[in-house]
Design a protein around this ligand. Structure first.
Ligand SMILES: *[C@@H]1O[C@H](CO)[C@@H](O)[C@H](O)[C@H]1NC(C)=O
Ligand SMILES: *[C@@H]1O[C@H](CO)[C@@H](O)[C@H](O)[C@H]1NC(C)=O
Ligand SMILES: *[C@@H]1O[C@H](CO)[C@@H](O)[C@H](O)[C@H]1NC(C)=O
Ligand SMILES: *[C@@H]1O[C@H](CO)[C@@H](O)[C@H](O)[C@H]1NC(C)=O
Ligand SMILES: *[C@@H]1O[C@H](CO)[C@@H](O)[C@H](O)[C@H]1NC(C)=O
Ligand SMILES: *[C@@H]1O[C@H](CO)[C@@H](O)[C@H](O)[C@H]1NC(C)=O
Ligand SMILES: *[C@@H]1O[C@H](CO)[C@@H](O)[C@H](O)[C@H]1NC(C)=O
Ligand SMILES: [Zn+2]
Length: 438
């Protein structure tokens, strides 16, 4: 009797310590997610990109993907890493703002500020860590914050002075990340680059400078492919390359009548607080009692301006539910920036426009041991990247708004099969001791 009890005890113990949550496959490959900010879906079509072309053959390409509505850096990146709509995750702008204290902090300054990012929705780094994985964020938006007091295992935050386009540094960052995977056994790393967003803003998307930047990105992807081989990660690292939004050329006079809201509003008299002058999306808090007046003043003001009262935002924007969304939301037609008091805007390109516009669509590429080769995926919403990342890592997802339906066709048929024979440790060891082919 005693013996049986002891046996039962050990059986239960064995079950309790069985760590991977899914039946079937028992070991999972590592995952690197790279985001090149503002990489419009078609940027590879008017410039030579030999390495990205090679990736099409060696992996998966989606025709394009659709970012969430607010096509801005922090909101969109946070949808990717949480799988939640913006109204759920609460990062509703690049700026941290407070309409009572009039505080406005820039995108870089928010990276430090946990209370801006931590709104009760867990990003994948944290969920994965709580399931025993080791994760890191290299400059990725939101990676520097704490979530319920918990930090990402390793987080590098972009400094104010960080140069966006230094190719040498780009390559160094890849080597650093490969070292994390190879020598420190990280499982999941997100790596962020601030281009081609920078050049898209300053020079415009239809310029030689932008095309040159795409060539630089392509060389960097070539460097990545070599670095993966050199670090003997080819058979145990999956890679997703994606971005947060596209870019469009800003229409200026005399070609069009630019949108200048002070033509229709008395800012000093009727507006309490505003987030304007940041591309095609803006928000306004009217002074008390001025809500209807402001709406009426804007509703037929300019043919290329759409104004919404918060409660009448279209449901498919997935925005209205969040308390940080201000009472009036304004969206410009493609290329029409929302200027507030004066037009001091000098940039040639911008985003923030409706996510249905082709110029706001962005890229999705993937390759590695679990992905099919030469697979062209239909377009999908970026919110669906999250469940794919979870599946690749063997992580049980947190509640999310994504679905695997759109992405699981990218994976090899045998993905869910039980890992046969040797344990992963032994297999990794065998692979590592094999001489480097090619
Ligand atoms: C906004 O600022 C006001 C006034 O300083 C402050 O009382 C309030 O707590 C702030 N709101 C948030 C969410 O930080
Ligand atoms: C992060 O916070 C530290 C300490 O408050 C500050 O010195 C640093 O400049 C901040 N970095 C960014 C990018 O905001
Ligand atoms: C995260 O939490 C740690 C430990 O409490 C703290 O030292 C650090 O400053 C926090 N970082 C942020 C960005 O809030
Ligand atoms: C680019 O980065 C490299 C490596 O970090 C550095 O040595 C070099 O000085 C940087 N160049 C510029 C122009 O900042
Ligand atoms: C080892 O390499 C083989 C191909 O050479 C690959 O199929 C397998 O997935 C690799 N295993 C691991 C654990 O990296
Ligand atoms: C701007 O509005 C005019 C008049 O309604 C319309 O013809 C034009 O297509 C709009 N521009 C864009 C980019 O939607
Ligand atoms: C998004 O997912 C959350 C968590 O499951 C859920 O509460 C919310 O209703 C979902 N949003 C939509 C629009 O389905
Ligand atoms: Zn961006």
């Amino acid at each position: 009797m005693k013996l049986i009890l002891i046996q039962v005890f050990f059986l239960l113990l064995a079950q309790a310590t069985e760590c991977k949550p899914r039946p079937g496959r028992k070991t999972f490959n590592k995952l690197l997610v790279i985001s090149f900010d503002g990489f419009r879906w078609d940027y590879d079509q008017d410039v030579e990109t030999p390495n990205m072309d090679k990736l099409v053959k060696e992996g998966v390409k989606a025709k394009y993907i659709t970012p969430p509505m607010i096509t801005m850096t922090s909101p969109s990146h946070f949808t990717t890493i949480t799988g939640r709509w913006i109204e759920d995750h609460g990062v509703v702008h690049n700026m941290k703002f407070n309409s009572t204290s009039y505080l406005k902090l820039t995108h870089k300054a928010t990276q430090n500020q946990s209370d801006w990012w931590d709104n009760g929705v867990e990003p994948l780094w944290i969920t994965a860590q709580n399931q025993g994985l080791k994760t890191a964020s290299f400059h990725y938006p939101g990676g520097g914050a704490n979530y319920s007091g918990q930090a990402v295992n390793r987080a590098l935050v972009e400094s104010y002075a960080h140069p966006d386009s230094n190719e040498t540094e780009w390559h160094e960052n890849i080597d650093i990340v490969m070292g994390w995977f190879n020598q420190e056994d990280f499982d999941f790393v997100t790596l962020y680059y601030g281009e081609p967003d920078g050049v898209g803003h300053s020079k415009g998307p239809e310029t030689k400078e932008r095309r040159d930047m795409i060539k630089q990105i392509d060389r960097t992807i070539g460097y990545l492919m070599k670095s993966i081989q050199q670090h003997q990660l080819t058979h145990r690292l999956n890679v997703i390359i994606t971005s947060d939004h596209g870019m469009t050329t800003i229409k200026k006079k005399p070609q069009v009548e630019e949108i200048l809201l002070s033509k229709y509003l008395k800012f000093w008299k009727d507006v309490h607080f505003d987030l304007l002058d940041y591309g095609g999306f803006g928000m306004i808090t009217p002074k008390e009692g001025k809500e209807q007046e402001i709406y009426n003043a804007l509703v037929n003001a300019h043919p290329n301006l759409t104004v919404y009262q918060k409660e009448n935002l279209p449901e498919d924007f997935h925005l209205a539910k969040n308390s940080r969304i201000l009472p009036i939301v304004v969206v410009g037609d493609l290329g029409f920036n929302l200027n507030s008091r004066v037009i001091f805007y000098v940039n040639k390109g911008d985003h923030g426009f409706h996510n249905g516009e082709m110029d706001m669509k962005t890229i999705f590429r993937a390759f590695g041991p679990d992905f099919k080769k030469n697979y062209l995926a239909e377009p999908f919403d970026s919110v669906n990247i999250y469940p794919l990342m979870c599946k690749l890592l063997g992580v049980t997802p947190a509640p999310n708004n994504g679905s695997l339906t759109f992405t699981e066709g990218m994976l090899l048929g045998e993905f869910d099969k039980e890992t046969p024979g040797l344990t992963d440790q032994i297999r990794r060891h065998v692979n590592a001791t094999l001489p480097l082919l090619a």
